[in-house]
Design a protein around this ligand. Structure first.
Ligand code: A3P
Length: 287
């Protein structure tokens, strides 16, 4: 068995870490979305934990109790992880769920419910860099090797959840109409209060400007990094070794410039752009 096969099982062509997934996905297919559920969708390293923090605050008028007392995976669990399924059943509505799954693996109930979906997209160059460091600390993933080797794996989709381009393309072309909102990591970094306002309006939450500003302040990078319940330091050490990197690592736009050579940038961009074009126009401005 290769190291890739040891690390990942394949579900519908998507590599998923064996340490997290059992090969039973019937519970996902049969999952019953409710009309008031909110689903945040991300390719890994695009801002998942950030949304797990912001959404419960927006939906509860800025009430801090949930984010102060529960870990991210308890307040906004993964749709597709069987071992956290019991947590989903215990959530107080409106429930917040997150998923890294591609659009085509969504259960039928997503289409029959009125669940609202927020797709967060991040510059894939920064996703790659963030993921490179994450692979160094995540003991359940393959060692990333050199940055160049990891870039090759990323572009080939030989990483968890497969190709970034397939994820984005699938979620850009849905039948969800106005039930899906697109936002970029970059937009959130640039103007967090405006982003929180966009999210709040989309979810039809009547949140005052004061509360919006407080949520933005609480969910800034430095604020989240300083708090045990939001900085993912509760993850068991056998999964995430924080002596090698930290989950909330830099939280900036453009860290790729510190890692890519100009040849790597040209190559990476041409592969990504070509694959995005193959699926029709994919606006990167997040709207
Ligand atoms: P970096 O490694 O570039 O710092 P995910 O939760 O999808 O795995 O994404 C993790 C990335 O989101 C990390 O990126 C992390 O620092 C960043 N992130 C998390 N919370 C953030 C915040 N409040 N502000 C900015 N970036 C944040």
């Amino acid at each position: 068995m290769s190291s890739f096969e040891k690390t990942y099982l394949q579900y519908q062509g998507i590599p998923l870490p064996r340490a997290i997934y059992s090969d039973d996905f019937k519970f996902v297919e049969e999952f019953k979305f409710r009309d008031d559920d909110v689903l945040a969708v991300t390719y890994p390293k695009s801002g998942t934990v950030w949304m797990q923090y912001i959404l419960p605050l927006v939906l509860n008028d800025g009430d801090m109790r949930a984010v102060q007392t529960t870990t991210n995976w308890r307040r906004a669990p993964w749709l597709e992880v069987k071992r956290t399924a019991p947590i989903v059943d215990q959530l107080t509505p409106p429930r917040v769920l997150v998923t890294h799954f591609p659009y085509n693996l969504m259960p039928p109930s997503l289409h029959t419910s009125k669940t609202k979906v927020i797709y967060v997209m991040r510059d894939p160059k920064d996703v790659l860099v963030s993921s490179f460091y994450y692979h160094q600390m995540a003991n359940f993933l393959e060692d990333p090797g050199t940055f160049d080797e990891f870039m090759k794996k990323f572009l080939e989709g030989r990483v968890q959840y497969g190709k970034w381009t397939n994820h984005v393309k699938g979620w850009r072309h849905t039948e969800l109409g106005d039930r899906i909102m697109y936002i970029t990591y970059e937009e959130m970094v640039q103007d967090l209060p405006a982003s929180v306002r966009r999210i709040s309006d989309f979810l039809c939450c009547n949140v005052s400007d004061d509360v919006i500003h407080n949520i933005a302040e609480q969910s800034s990078f430095m604020s989240m990094k300083s708090k045990d319940m939001s900085n993912v330091s509760h993850a068991p050490k056998e999964y995430l070794d924080s002596t090698k990197s930290t989950f909330l690592r830099k939280g900036i736009v453009g860290d790729w410039k510190n890692h890519f050579s100009s040849e790597q940038e040209t190559h990476f961009t041409s592969v990504i752009d070509k694959e995005l074009e193959e699926g029709g126009p994919t606006s990167m401005d997040g709207r």
